[in-house]
Design a protein around this ligand. Structure first.
Ligand code: APR
Length: 231
């Protein structure tokens, strides 16, 4: 059995064509909110309700969104090579799951779940607002969003250590590399593919293949490159 390991790491750009705002693009989320006020532990301590409203709004917005062609092709690729491909995403949306993708690792948490602040239990909420939620495990009403904020640990980052140790091909789709160091990942392997819309020379220089296209237009080439590497 082919034991080669391919890691596909995605960010907000993968879901942009599904109508889900990115963070740092010109019309992105940070145009209307500051990272500090709604995505940091300081902002959470200052105004829990504002942060909860922010995630309630993003969660409600998700209900009408559909996976795009890039999500669908990634789900197909993962299904074809379940033991070779690991899908890591910084996205907190459920588009890959809606596209039928198994075992998606959400490095920054998930919008469609809540977390108990007392026992840490994570449970599904779908697209509903958080108000009135009670922990199914310990009955606490001290509940929060299940999205990682700046200033707190991201437990799923343990998967990054596995990537550093075993990845032989890295595919990066739709991320500026501002938070997780995708430029560093590209330096670890001989086969690295980047798909972004905007050129960032400092970040992009380490990638052997660069596709400056919308993800839905780049994904078939990405699929072919991964197949070529694995077959
Ligand atoms: N197809 C491909 N790439 C795209 C598309 C598209 N249709 N649209 C935008 N992009 C690219 C942009 O060129 C940019 O490089 O997606 C990237 C989006 O970058 P960011 O908005 O910074 O999003 P991301 O990299 O996912 O942010 C990382 O920062 O705010 C925190 O926790 C949050 O997970 C997030 C992390």
């Amino acid at each position: 059995m082919n034991s080669k390991k391919v890691y596909i790491v995605s960010g907000a750009g993968l879901s942009a064509e599904s109508g889900i705002k990115t963070f740092r693009d010109s019309d992105g989320l940070w145009e209307n909110y500051s990272i500090e006020e709604v995505c940091s532990t300081a902002g959470w301590a200052k105004d829990r309700q504002k942060v909860t409203n922010f995630y309630d709004d993003r969660r409600a917005d998700l209900e009408s969104k559909e996976p795009n062609y890039a999500h669908i092709r990634l789900a197909e690729l993962k299904a074809k090579y379940p033991n070779n491909i690991t899908i890591l995403t910084q996205n907190v949306d459920n588009m890959l799951e809606k596209a039928g993708c198994d075992e998606v690792v959400h490095l920054h948490g998930t919008l469609t779940d809540l977390r108990c602040e007392r026992c840490k239990f994570v449970f599904p909420i779908g697209y509903k607002k958080q108000k009135g939620a009670v922990c199914p495990k310990c009955d606490s009403t001290l509940i929060r969003h299940n999205v990682v904020m700046f200033g707190e640990p991201a437990p799923a980052y343990a998967h990054l250590r596995k990537l550093y140790n075993e990845a032989e091909m890295i595919v990066v789709i739709g991320t500026s590399g501002n938070v997780i160091d995708t430029a560093y990942m590209a330096q670890l392997v001989d086969n690295s593919v980047l798909n972004n819309l905007h050129v960032d020379v400092n970040h992009d220089q380490y990638f052997s293949v660069k596709l400056y296209l919308p993800a839905t237009e780049a994904i078939d080439e990405i699929y072919r490159l991964v197949e070529e590497f694995l077959d």
